[in-house]
Each structure stands twice: as C-alpha cells, then as structure tokens.
Ligand binder design. Structure first.
Ligand code: HMG
Ligand code: MG
Length: 299
C-alpha cells in the first residue's frame, strides 16, 4: 500500500541554487525560503557550511540564516561536511544538519577531497556533536545508483556505505541518485537490500535528480516499498557542481501533484508553490523545467 502522508523535504535553496553560476542576492534567497515555508513545506534545506571557494553560491550561509526567523515546526537543515563547518553551524544556532558521503571513491575525491574511508573520519565528530545535543542529523549517500566516472554502482557497495553512515549515529538516511540514472527496478532492489541489512525504511528519504525523467516513477516505487519522505526542489532547480551530467532534482510541484492525486497528504499549497517557482524563475532569468509549474503557471 501507499502511505497516507508523505514528508516533502525541500532542497531548492541548497541543491537547487548551489549550481547557479550567477550569485543570487542573499535577500532573494531569504525571500525564497520564506515563500517555501509559507506554502506549507515543513522541511527546507536552507544552505551549506562548505568551503566558499568550492561552492561560491552558498558562501553567504551565515547572512542568509541571520535573515530568517526560527519558524515553529519547520526543519531548516544545513549541510556540514567537517569540523570547520560544525563550528559555523553551532555559531549560527543551526538545529539540524546533514553530512554527505559518497558511495564511490571517485565522487568522494571530487566532492570532498577524501577517500570513502576518510569521509567517515571527517563526519564522525560532526555527527557526534549534534547527537550529544540530542539534535537530528541527516546522512546523505551520493551515487547510490550510478556514477559518471565509475558507471553502475553495485547494490552491496551502496548498502555498506549506508550502514557505515547510519552507524555514525545519523537519524535519517537520504539515498542520492546524484546524476538521475535510477529506474524503478533498481530503486526497489536497493531499498529491499537496505531493509534486509536492517535499515528502517521509515528513516529513509529518496533523493532523485530527474536527468532521465525517471524521478517520479522511482519515487512512487519507493513509496510502495515503505519510504515516507521524499526530497525535491521547487521548480526542479538544481544539480551538483562536482558531478558531471547532474540536472535538477525532482520538482516539488511534480511530486505534490502526484501525491495529492493519489490522496496522499503533504500539507503543501500547490498554487502558492507554483507562484514561488514562477517568481524564482524570473529572478534566475529562465523558465522552470517542471512540467507541473508550466501547466499551472498563470498566463
Ligand atoms: P579540503 O580542501 O580538503 O579542506 O576540502 P581542508 O580540510 O584541507 O581545509 C582547507 C581550508 O579550507 C582550510 O583553510 C579550512 O579552514 C577551510 P586554511 O586553514 O587553509 O585557511 N575549510 C572551510 N572553510 C569554511 N567552511 C568549511 C571549511 N572546511 C575547510 N566547512 C571540504 C574539504 C569538505 C571542505 C570541501 O571538499 C568542500 O567544501 N566540499 C563541499 C562540496 C559540496 O558542497 N558539494 C555539493 C553538495 S553534495 C551534493 O550536492 C549531493 C547531494 O545533493 C545528494 C545527491 O544528489 O547525491 C547532497
Ligand atoms: Mg542532490
């Protein structure tokens, strides 16, 4: 069966914007987050405390957080890779963080300048610091399906990395299809293997990029497997600067259209979200790639 309610975990301000070449003014980012929250989203990944020369677009993380209120009942996680990022997150009063590991050696090197083994050492003190404060930590695993340099990524290899990330103490796991090559069969195979390895699928999110147009089909299959949390970005913005051929995330509007059509609650006001993505597309100077935004945008 399908769940009665799904958590839509919005990544637009972080994954959506991190690949934008032209720097978006911090006030536009703050307005984007405010509008996303006003549309009913209860988890909005806001920015990253990464090295500013690695991701120049998010170098204003402190200023953005300072411009935002602490909303009641809204999660505002921030990406934190290492102890330098941890200090920044604690100074900014961040209540939830996400570490982000790789299932493959090539992407671990390109995205984190570490080996797969070294990434765990880098994350361990970061996860521990938040868990000691009884605060939640999401653990991403990238390249769960395919890697642009290594090709198909074997399911047991991905399960091993997921288990290691959860063993650090993370409270939630997000399975990244960084370059959007997954299909529903591969999705089921990975989720089945994770469940067999003892991972609680109630603590798993799926994170599909939509390069091959499979993100929504994969998501539906994941829900059938027992997943109840789905990552998406408003308007389908996004891509990873360190992964060749990564396009935007599954569009939040496409996801919400499907979920509401299936009678699944999200708490999201779809017209308000569409208006936000239309506004953001104007700021970025190009139309949203989301089919649902195109269909519902006032003209
Ligand atoms: P490194 O060069 O190995 O860093 O990078 P280091 O530890 O050797 O430090 C070098 C210098 O950087 C030091 O400064 C540090 O203080 C500074 P110095 O002493 O030389 O003056 N530094 C920092 N400054 C500010 N904030 C920090 C920080 N860390 C070090 N946090 C590092 C290692 C992890 C920092 C780097 O590789 C990095 O920033 N990577 C982030 C890449 C990234 O953000 N990628 C996109 C997000 S992942 C993604 O999109 C995938 C996802 O969506 C899921 C999916 O789709 O699969 C999540
Ligand atoms: Mg991503």
């Amino acid at each position: 069966g399908l769940p009665a309610r799904v958590t839509v975990y919005e990544v637009g301000p972080r994954d959506g914007l991190q690949n934008e070449k032209a720097i978006v003014p911090v006030e536009v980012k703050a307005e984007f987050v405010r509008r996303l929250v006003a549309s009913g989203l209860t988890a909005v990944e806001t920015t990253s405390f990464v090295h500013p020369t690695w991701v120049p677009q998010l170098a204003d993380a402190e200023a953005l957080l300072a411009a935002l209120p602490a909303y009641d009942g809204v999660r505002m996680p921030v990406l934190v890779p290492n102890e330098r990022g941890l200090v920044r997150a604690l100074d900014a009063g961040v209540r939830e963080i996400a570490v982000f590991g790789s299932a493959t050696e090539t992407f671990a090197r390109r995205n984190l300048n570490r080996t797969v083994a070294e990434q765990y050492e880098m994350f361990a003190p970061v996860v521990a610091a938040y868990r000691e404060r009884d605060l939640p930590v999401r653990a991403y695993v990238s390249m769960c399906f395919g890697d642009p340099w290594e090709g198909d990524v074997p399911v047991p290899q991905v399960v091993e990395v997921c288990a290691r990330m959860m063993a650090l103490g993370a409270t939630e796991l997000s399975l990244g299809d960084t370059i959007g090559v997954a299909n529903p069969g591969h999705t089921r195979a990975l989720l089945t293997a994770l469940a067999e390895a003892g991972v609680d699928l109630g603590a798993v999110s799926v994170h599909f990029h939509d390069t091959y147009g499979q993100a929504l089909a994969n998501t539906l299959e994941a829900l059938r497997c027992g997943v109840t949390s789905v990552d998406s970005s408003a308007g389908g913005l996004g891509g990873c600067p360190y992964a060749e051929s990564a396009t935007g995330n599954l569009a939040t509007e496409d996801l919400v259209w499907m979920l509401h059509g299936l009678g699944i609650e999200t708490g999201v006001d779809l017209p308000a979200l569409v208006a936000t993505s239309v506004w953001m597309a104007e700021q970025l100077g190009r139309p949203s790639p989301s089919r649902t935004v195109a269909a519902l945008a006032p003209r």
